[in-house]
Each structure stands twice: as structure tokens, then as C-alpha cells.
Design a protein around this ligand. Structure first.
Ligand code: FAD
Length: 419
């Protein structure tokens, strides 16, 4: 069996690695000059910054662990850092334990008591698809859905929880299926955030090095069915015929290629919206409060387009030069971006509002992540089903829009896909 994989992000490369392990002949085409898609670690005077993921959720014996071990990828965990939610004009610590949550000012007492009843809520059948906020309200109560969920979801998907499907976070339904979220989390165990040595970009680089054929700088432009049931892809002056073509691409890119080969799938994929986000990297004199900190997320109505800031120099000390603290601030997303957040001065003003002791930066850097994050709005399940079911034999589509937003979701989804 020969397979051509289009897209050399982590999804395409990890899929190729699995197929190669099974003894298949695989080639990967990547449109960009280098592999990795959003998962790239780029140099920045004396350190580096991430274009996409800051870390990945790892746990012993899971898909992430199995892949990292198989490709000998060294990684480290920063541990459990302090984190906050910005609300009511101040940063409120997110408690690390359920007991801590009971005494936290993050939610009113009634909301905390209702949350405790989660294990006793009946399990609802998976169909019909439920909204994310409705799911959390049903299981954990309105308090959690309105006071905690919005900032958490803005931090992952840069979008309002009210418009999303429960499928935006696939783990939720998986946990509920075990009887309750509490039970699911207890059974599944706790994951830790880890970062490969040298940054997240080392994962695609290491994967590509293990593959027999990876072509960077080659964009697929056309896909045609051959009379013998095989497929032909072409682009950049190259033509390749294969038994199977896997589109490991964002839905909107896959839709373009599938236009005439699989019109039903193309239509469904084109209807999956994506969110753009602005990322501002900045380096400052270290602050003791943020030294061992993951960062903070702002409760969305209050953030007015400022979603929060992470502390990459805590997660990955090599990212910043000695003696400096590195922040990464998330702006806009599906919440929109007010005019004051177009420039660093506006961002700095917002940062200083939440952390008054923060000094002026010694360096800043702006990156625009255009259509970077899928937005699984209510109806997502039907769109994915229609897309996958509409694919003719010999074509497949793999993506975080299918498996879930995080690297962990993708790697778990791929293990099931390849089985
Ligand atoms: C800002 C940001 C922060 C994130 N933070 C985290 C995090 O902390 N933890 C986490 O787990 N996840 C995080 N994620 C999500 C994670 O990065 C993504 O889920 C994952 O990287 C998606 O990988 P992918 O291969 O599916 O897609 P992509 O990375 O989009 O890769 C698709 C590839 O296909 C290529 N391509 C497109 N069209 C063609 C064509 N016609 N022919 C050939 N190649 C083509 C593109 O150039 C690209 O390289 C974050 C994402 C972003 C954007």
C-alpha cells in the first residue's frame, strides 16, 4: 500500500510515522519551507519563541508517551505552576485542588455546592449534539459555565464557549461516558504539561527525520481519481500516484483540494470556521509572582479582546536569555480586537492593569496566527460526519478539527485511526 500525505504539520507527520511503522510506503508533501505547521520553535535573540503550542499534555502510558518514547524525544515538565483568572479587576488564583476551590472567590458558594453534585448527575446519551456551555451547565451547574468555563475555553480555542459544540473538547464526552466527569478524570489520571528539549518544534523535526520521504516546499494543487481506483496528486511541477491520499490539512485547505473529487466533503469542510489570533511575545525583568507561573487568562467579557498571557520562560527556561522573563499574550480571536490592541502600547497598558508591577519590555515581537484554530461551533459533529462519510475510497482527512484541538487529542485520535 502506498500513501501520500498532504500536510507536514504534526498531524501529517505523526500519521506518516504510524503508517511507516506498519511497513507502508509513505511520502509527505508540505507546502511550507519547513515542516511543523503551527508547531515551530523560532530563534529570537538569545532564546526562542513558539509559533503555536507552548506545551503538550503528557501522561505515562498514553499516546503522547508512546510516540515520544518511540522517536526518542527528550522532554521536560516545568511542574505545576501557579495560574490565575483575571476577574473583577484582579487576578484570582486557580486552586490546584477541589478543597482549594471550595474556599476560592472564583465562584459563589451556591455554584461550588452545585459543582459537588456532578458525580450524581445522570449520563445523557451522546445524541443529539449538545452545546459546550449547556453540557457544563448540566453536569457542573450554571456557576461553572458562566464563571470558570469562558476563560478556560478562550485560553484553548480563543472563542466564546456559548457558540461551541461539546465536541470542541472531546475529553468531556469521553469522561461522561464513564459515569461522570469526576470518574472519568480519576480513571484517566492526571496529565502534565511537558515541552521537548529545544522547544515544541523538535517534535515535527524528529518525526520528519524518522520518515523515509518528506518533501518540504511542495504544495499540492490538484487531486484526481485514476481509473484503477488510485489517486494522483500534483503541484509545484511534481506528480505522484498513490493507492491512498491522506489530507492532513486544515478543513479549508482540504476543501479546496476535494472540490471535484469529493464535493460533499468539500462543502462540509468549507463550512468549518477557523479563528485567527494575534500573539505578542515580550521580555521583561522577572517578577517573583510570575517566576513559577503558567500565566493567567482573563474572564472574556472583562478582557475586551485581551485573552490572557502565558509565561513561556517558566515552561521552557531556554526560551528567554538568562535573567529575563518571557510572556506571550493572546489577543482577539473570535472575540474581536478593539483598536487599542493593535499596538504594543495598548497591550502593555492591559498587562499593566492586571500586573501593575510589570516593567517596560526589553524586547517585543508580534506574530499573527491567521485562521490558526478550528472553531467547532454547534453542528460541528454533523459537518465532520458529512466530510468523512463523503470521502471516496482511497481518500482520508485528518486534522485537529476532527480529533480535538490539542496535540494530545491528535495523537490519541491517530492511534485509533491507524488501528
Ligand atoms: C497559537 C496556538 C497555540 C496553541 N497552543 C497549544 C498548546 O499549548 N497545546 C496543544 O496541545 N495544542 C496547542 N495548539 C494546537 C496545535 O498546535 C494544533 O492542534 C496542531 O499543531 C495542528 O497540527 P496540524 O498538523 O493538524 O495542522 P497544521 O499545523 O495547520 O499543519 C498543516 C500543514 O499543512 C500544510 N499545507 C497546507 N496546505 C497544503 C497543501 N495544499 N499541500 C501541502 N501542504 C499543505 C501547511 O503548510 C501546514 O504545515 C495551539 C495552536 C495555536 C495556533
Amino acid at each position: 500500500m502506498s500513501t501520500l500525505i498532504l500536510g507536514g504539520g504534526v498531524t501529517g507527520l505523526a500519521a506518516a510515522w504510524h503508517l511507516q511503522q506498519r511497513g507502508e510506503a509513505v511520502e509527505v508533501w508540505e507546502a511550507g519551507a519547513t515542516v511543523g505547521g503551527w508547531m515551530k520553535t523560532l530563534p529570537w535573540e538569545g532564546g526562542h519563541f513558539e509559533t503555536g503550542p507552548q506545551g503538550v499534555l503528557w501522561q505515562k502510558g498514553t499516546a503522547v508517551d508512546r510516540l515520544f518514547s518511540a522517536i526518542d524525544l527528550p522532554f521536560k515538565s516545568p511542574g505545576t505552576g501557579a495560574r490565575w483568572v483575571g476577574k473583577g479587576g484582579r487576578l484570582i488564583p486557580v486552586p490546584a485542588s477541589p478543597v482549594g476551590l471550595m474556599t476560592s472567590p472564583l465562584m459563589p458558594l451556591g455554584a461550588k455546592l452545585r459543582m459537588m453534585l456532578e458525580p450524581f448527575q445522570p449520563v445523557r446519551p451522546g445524541e443529539p449534539e449538545e452545546g459546550l456551555s449547556a453540557f457544563i451547565t448540566r453536569r457542573l451547574g450554571k456557576g461553572v459555565a458562566t464563571e470558570l468555563l469562558p476563560s478556560m475555553i478562550a485560553g484553548v480555542l480563543a472563542a466564546p464557549a456559548e457558540i461551541l459544540s461539546v465536541d470542541a473538547i472531546p475529553k468531556l464526552r469521553q469522561w461522561e461516558a464513564t459515569g461522570s466527569l469526576v470518574n472519568g478524570i480519576r480513571k484517566g489520571g492526571v496529565s502534565h504539561m511537558v515541552v521537548p528539549e529545544g522547544g515544541m518544534g523538535q517534535l515535527p523535526i524528529r518525526l520528519a527525520a524518522k520518515l523515509a520521504s518528506v518533501r518540504a516546499g511542495l504544495r499540492a494543487e490538484r487531486l484526481e481519481a485514476l481509473p484503477d481506483g488510485r489517486w494522483r496528486a500534483s503541484g509545484g511541477g511534481e506528480i505522484r500516484e498513490a493507492d491512498r491520499v491522506v489530507l492532513a490539512l486544515p478543513a479549508y485547505e482540504a476543501a479546496i483540494l476535494l472540490g471535484s473529487a469529493a464535493p460533499q466533503s468539500a462543502e462540509a469542510l468549507a463550512a468549518i470556521p477557523y479563528t485567527s489570533v494575534d500573539l505578542w511575545h515580550s521580555r521583561h525583568a522577572p517578577l517573583p509572582a510570575l517566576k513559577d507561573s503558567f500565566g493567567f487568562l482573563i474572564h472574556p467579557p472583562e478582557g475586551r479582546g485581551y485573552l490572557g498571557s502565558l509565561v513561556p520562560s517558566w515552561m521552557d527556561p531556554q526560551s528567554a536569555p538568562e535573567g529575563l522573563m518571557q510572556l506571550r499574550s493572546f489577543i482577539g480571536g473570535a472575540f474581536g480586537k478593539p483598536a487599542d490592541l493593535e499596538t504594543w502600547e495598548g497591550i502593555q497598558a492591559r498587562l499593566k492593569f492586571w500586573i501593575p508591577s510589570l516593567g517596560e519590555p526589553v524586547a517585543t515581537r508580534h506574530e499573527r496566527a491567521e485562521r490558526a484554530i478550528p472553531r467547532p461551533e454547534l453542528g460541528h459533529r454533523a459537518r465532520v460526519k458529512m466530510a468523512v462519510e463523503g470521502l471516496p475510497a482511497g481518500l482520508d482527512w485528518l486534522s485537529n478539527a476532527r480529533f480535538g484541538p490539542g496535540v494530545r487529542d491528535i495523537l490519541e485520535g491517530l492511534e485509533t485511526w491507524v488501528a
